[in-house]
Design a protein around this ligand. Structure first.
Ligand code: ZN
Ligand code: ZN
Length: 199
């Protein structure tokens, strides 16, 4: 959380290092690396993304946003189908999310929704980040971001901690099994949300 955040994107204010870059250069402007993977096997740089020369697909709570529609897997028909876009959804989701960098993840990045808007990615949090944000009870802060799911936290306590009271510490920079905890903040009410995965 020490690196400066990436500016100019509504839904991405995490560190530059978190952007999911490809090793190849931009196929739109020809700039050398790094560039982002697009949906159609091209690669595009941040500048071309800001200039809207290409769009990216994003996984959200409503399905995968791709070409202006939310796609969900229908188990009955065995393929992706279009899911209706809620009328109350803020228009910025369709306007800005396709032009938002994806962040590095183990299993694929997912943008949660809150207040009928996509939440802003703010970076990966370590256990020490939760301790610094709420020293008196970092676990309850974590639970408030995870919808009450304790698994990531409690697995780390049993792997790294002697007791729940002695973990985390200022030097707790990793989760169990090399997991990553992705943090988001609601642009309207300020609510934090986390999700996590492991490889
Ligand atoms: Zn470019
Ligand atoms: Zn909210």
């Amino acid at each position: 959380m020490t690196a400066p955040g990436l500016s100019g994107f509504r839904y991405f204010s995490g560190p530059y290092e978190d952007v999911w870059f490809s090793e190849q250069g931009c196929s739109f402007c020809g700039r050398p690396r790094p560039a982002l993977h697009t949906t159609d096997r091209h690669r595009g740089c941040l500048k071309c993304l800001r200039n809207r020369r290409f769009r990216l697909a994003h996984d959200t709570d409503l399905g995968t946003l791709e070409n202006g529609e939310f796609l969900v897997f229908d188990h009955e028909v065995g393929r992706m189908i279009v899911s209706p876009t809620p009328a109350e959804l803020r228009p910025e989701v369709l306007e800005e999310l396709p032009f938002t960098p994806r962040f590095q993840s183990h299993q694929g990045c997912h943008f949660p929704l809150h207040c009928m808007d996509a939440m802003c990615y703010i970076g990966r949090w370590t256990p020490a980040d939760f301790l610094n944000a709420q020293p008196a009870n970092p676990r309850s802060l974590y639970l408030s971001t995870s919808g009450g799911d304790p698994h990531l936290w409690d697995n780390a306590v049993s792997e790294f901690g002697r007791t729940a009271d002695s973990w985390p510490t200022e030097s707790s920079t990793e989760w169990a099994w090399g997991s990553w905890c992705y943090m988001f903040r609601c642009l309207h009410c300020g609510q934090y949300s986390s999700n996590w995965d492991t490889d």
